[in-house]
Design a protein around this ligand. Sequence first.
Ligand SMILES: Cc1cc2nc3c(=O)[nH]c(=O)nc-3n(C[C@H](O)[C@H](O)[C@H](O)COP(=O)(O)OP(=O)(O)OC[C@H]3O[C@@H](n4cnc5c(N)ncnc54)[C@H](O)[C@@H]3O)c2cc1C
Length: 699
Amino acid sequence: MAARTTTSGSGHEDEQMAAMRRLQVLSLHLLDPSSSSRSEGEGKEGLALAACAGKRRHASGGADAAAALAACLRGRHRDTQARVFEFFRARPDLQTPVELSTAAHRELCFRQLCALVREAGVRPLSLMASDPAEYFAVMEAAGGVDISLGVKLGVQYSLWGGSVINLGTKKHRDKFFDGIDKLDYPGCFAMTELHHGSNVQALQTTATFDPVTDEFIINTPNDGAIKWWIGNAALHGKFATVFARLILPLQGKGGEPADMGIHAFIVPIRDLETNAVLPGIEINDCGHKIGLNGVDNGALRFHSVRIPRDNLLNRFGDVSRDGKYTSSLPTINKRFAATLGELVGGRVGIAYSSVGVLKVSVTIAVRYALLRHQFGPPKQPEISVLDYQSHQHKLMPMLASSYAFHFATLSLVDKYSEMKKTNDEDVIADVHVLSSGLKAYITSYTAKSISVCRESCGGHGYAAVNRFGALRNDHDIFQTFEGDNTVLLQQVAGDLLKQYQEKFKGGTLSVTWNYLRDSMGTYLSQPNPVTARWEGEDHLRDPNFQLDAFRYRTSRLLQSVAARLQKHNKTLGGFGAWNRCLNHLLTLAESHIESVILAKFIEAVKRCPDEKTRELLKLVCDLYALDRIWKDIGTYRNVDYVAPNKAKAIHKLADYLSYQVRLVAQELVDAFDLPDLIIRAPIGMQSEAYAQYTQFVGF
Ligand SMILES: Cc1cc2nc3c(=O)[nH]c(=O)nc-3n(C[C@H](O)[C@H](O)[C@H](O)COP(=O)(O)OP(=O)(O)OC[C@H]3O[C@@H](n4cnc5c(N)ncnc54)[C@H](O)[C@@H]3O)c2cc1C
């Protein structure tokens, strides 16, 4: 039911006038951080300025600014993405309609993937092997067409294909690479079981070697070990990489079976010709989900299914014909870490694609906020809702975050490519932790932001055609699959603590962590009482101050949690102490990731060759930094890193920068360069948004 905001009668008019006066006072804050002391007359002028801010933007050459910004944002593979967009634009039969049954969505999603590979000629696995950055660009573009398509592609190539390439050896690549690449061998990645998801080391499916027949026997020992949620399993998968405990009969103590830990095996699950499920395998459909219904998730049970010994993906551990186990890695834990470590590509793809979803949501919300006019000063035109301070507060830091995440994930993708090329141990360690941290941080942020975007579009944000429902539901699970976010952040915290201990042992720190070496000495001492009071705009907008603030917080959190863990360890043991400090550890991990994101943004601003564009990016970067500092101001105040006057100045400046960013908000979203096919929401169109919306409902 719509709430009535327009009323008639003089009493209501008085109320409206009073409301307008309140808005005028509020609008003063839009213009200048020091405006709170202005007179009422000055306030009127301020509101008028705010109301025509959009016009001012166009007069200053908005399209040129957007084009220059877009050039600065372009990843190396924007052209590849444009080709994907063009392919789908020309094929209305492959575009996802607003309403679709689960069955129809799954069928369409598979057709979309087949067409991308077989008709558009995209070869995702070859791209992943030759240039991972291009592969991730394709994945993000596919996710723009339909998030289900991006995930289906990810299951086939990052997970099924990635496991064969990265955990197998030449014989597996020779046999499977082309079939996977051309989609002749659609496959699954069967890790999760009904009873265990995050705790992969506790999986119970077994793969027992039979030396008589030279085979492994894949078995589901109990219902808790049924493979669950497996993408591509319900309908289309012909093979699965199954994660199971490798058991060698008679080789344990006293002739018992030896459990060699979790390994990966290629298991055919359906007939290549008929698609019939193979003997000994039961497959059931996980059913309708709250999102991502283009992906067919299934549950698998194995009844002593025999596969050749060669189907063990044997890069990190092998079994010889006579049943002897060999590995270059000495322990089960090391082999497990190496196996999971090879799967980080999926996480990189999820982080990157999540930024794509955030950009779409923010674009729709910002364009609509500029278009939507509600209320205004007496006898003057209504103003755009983006001219309300509250709206800027909701959307502008989010827009700034989209930029920050854009640069952070591009840099993660580059680092991942470097890791694949060099196999350098420091880079490997860096990518592992960064991919976990960025995936967790960005997907959580995006999930929350989509709801804010929906709300900021009022009732029209609730129409399915305007996308927020699908974006929110399809993206939501990004927080859980490819590693639950809370679990991933603990890996980041664990690594920071390891580095901290290394530091005190005189060891070296990996590249991204270098700042800790410089900062520890400084930050273990008390904050400087003089700089704690500095409140000038130049100082607050100095990247050195901003980075210092982020890093100071991380260093303090690291130092204090290390001390707490040590204390609790004595009484609670390692596991209990970790749990006692868990929230502290999660805050530490987020704090570190925020400082990495800011550092990448600052680098990107410095790199930007065009001066005007650089200034614009700097503005957005300053908003990202100061908004984050303000949101955590309690922490900074607690340790006197900022004095009360400085805290107030940060708050005012963050609001002012939100206003400044609002003035260029349209250019900032246009610079994402997302075609209408990807935005799709009528209210988010660059032009004629209302007309497109009324047309959609039949006028
Ligand atoms: C749509 C979809 C598609 C999927 N596709 C696949 C696929 O193709 N292949 C595959 O193998 N799997 C797949 N999965 C499974 C997915 O990877 C798991 O759901 C995920 O790893 C989390 O495991 P879980 O569900 O068992 O959660 P749990 O680990 O049981 O977590 C439940 C809750 O407990 C919390 N928790 C768990 N451990 C800790 C801890 N140590 N500290 C603090 N909190 C903790 C978590 O934060 C979470 O809130 C898919 C899942 C879905 C829903």
